[in-house]
Design a binder for this molecule. Structure first.
Ligand SMILES: [Zn+2]
Length: 374
């Protein structure tokens, strides 16, 4: 998802749209401009219908954005930082970097979305009835009538009790509240999400067989929901199998390190060619100074290799490249995934390098645990 377009920042939350979003935007605008509104106003010119279609479509997507913003603002108020909202083909998504800490917060965050859609439905309904009461032609209020219906539909649809839909989050919060067990609640809510997804697919197939093309859309949404529910289930299973496992328990303490005084000639011959890693940590004693990468060595002309030392081309390590030995393995895994790297240096509070942890170490542990069913 690197190629999303950044729209801007609202209340400290970055708003992005994915390219897939243009497909749905075009689809909605075309359906409104060339099918729904022409049916309602056969006397309108095509240009007028396109104008009402575009206007409605834009307000529809603003409604979706407000729905996501409502989630994000309530989440931020409850200590669940949300930094990013992405609009994509199936609607909107607020990306949470942490799980909620208690069921009450999850419930409030989840319900804020449908509540805002319901509020928008009421506002659009009032505008629609208001313009109608003024005696204006229906051309002026048709868009608001449609917007109020579609927001009402969004509120109801999102309340379907399948995780990760809003209703599924409400269900998870309820089970969590009763059982005091987040894992169990997530498993139940994501199973329900898979069920809701399959129901939508079945309903879509039925509609399609009855000659309704809209059925295809339901099949796609159902499939997407089912996949997201399966993914949340796996995520929780992973978290469970890694719970209470610390980085220091799975790291390897033997790291190939080099001294800052090593010449580049020796570095290439005895390290890069021998171990075939892309980078090495540079340490003095045990204290981590930085790293040297194959890329940096390549920048230096070959005849200077015997004269220059590793310390002269050292790169500082940024926070994303190391982890504390007392951190949980699941945190290490997340950090590697977020930064798209295969390993982290393990550095203790004194800035001493104490080991290295790789993605392969964690995956192996998960495999062994699932083999032993523990
Ligand atoms: Zn929502």
């Amino acid at each position: 998802m690197h190629d999303d377009i950044r729209l801007g920042r609202v209340f400290g939350i970055e708003i992005f749209i994915s390219y897939s979003w243009f497909v749905i935007f075009a689809l909605v605008t075309v359906t409104l401009s060339f099918s729904l509104f022409p049916d309602q106003f056969p006397k309108n010119s095509t240009v007028a219908n396109i104008a009402i279609g575009l206007f409605s479509s834009v307000l529809f997507f603003i409604s979706l954005l407000l729905h996501e913003l409502a989630h994000s603002l309530v989440a931020n108020l409850n200590d669940m930082p949300i930094k990013k909202i992405t609009l994509f083909i199936f609607g909107g998504m607020s990306q949470m970097s942490e799980e909620p800490k208690e069921p009450g917060a999850e419930f409030k965050m989840a319900i804020a979305g449908p509540a805002s859609s319901l509020l928008l439905a009421a506002v659009f309904f009032a505008v629609y009835k208001g313009l109608m009461a003024l005696g204006l032609s229906s051309v002026y209020y048709a868009a608001f009538a449609w917007l109020s219906e579609v927001n009402l539909f969004l509120a109801i649809f999102n309340l379907a009790p399948g995780f990760p839909l809003d209703g599924g989050r409400v269900l998870r919060a309820a089970v969590w509240y009763v059982t005091k067990n987040l894992e169990k609640a997530t498993v139940i809510a994501s199973k329900a999400g898979q069920g809701v997804g399959l129901l939508l697919i079945a309903f879509g197939v039925l509609l399609f067989l009855l000659g309704q093309l809209g059925g295809v859309w339901l099949i796609l949404i159902g499939w997407f929901l089912n996949q997201s529910a399966v993914a949340s289930f796996r995520q929780m299973a992973l978290q469970q199998s890694l719970s209470n496992v610390l980085v220091e328990q799975i790291m390897s303490p033997d790291v190939e390190t080099i001294s800052p005084n090593l010449s580049l000639e020796e570095l290439v011959n005895h390290y890069f060619l021998r171990f075939r890693f892309g980078r090495f940590p540079i340490v003095e004693g045990r204290s981590l100074l930085g790293i040297v990468t194959l890329h940096d060595v390549k920048e230096i002309p070959r005849d200077e290799w015997p004269l220059k030392t590793a310390g002269q081309i050292i790169e500082p390590v940024d926070e994303n490249m190391f982890i504390n030995p007392n951190d949980e393995a699941v945190v290490a895994l997340r950090k590697m995934a977020e930064n798209d790297i295969g390993h982290l240096l393990v550095v203790d509070r004194e800035k001493d390098l104490v080991g290295i942890v790789t993605r392969a170490d964690i995956v192996q542990l998960i495999n062994v645990k699932s083999e032993l069913e523990i």
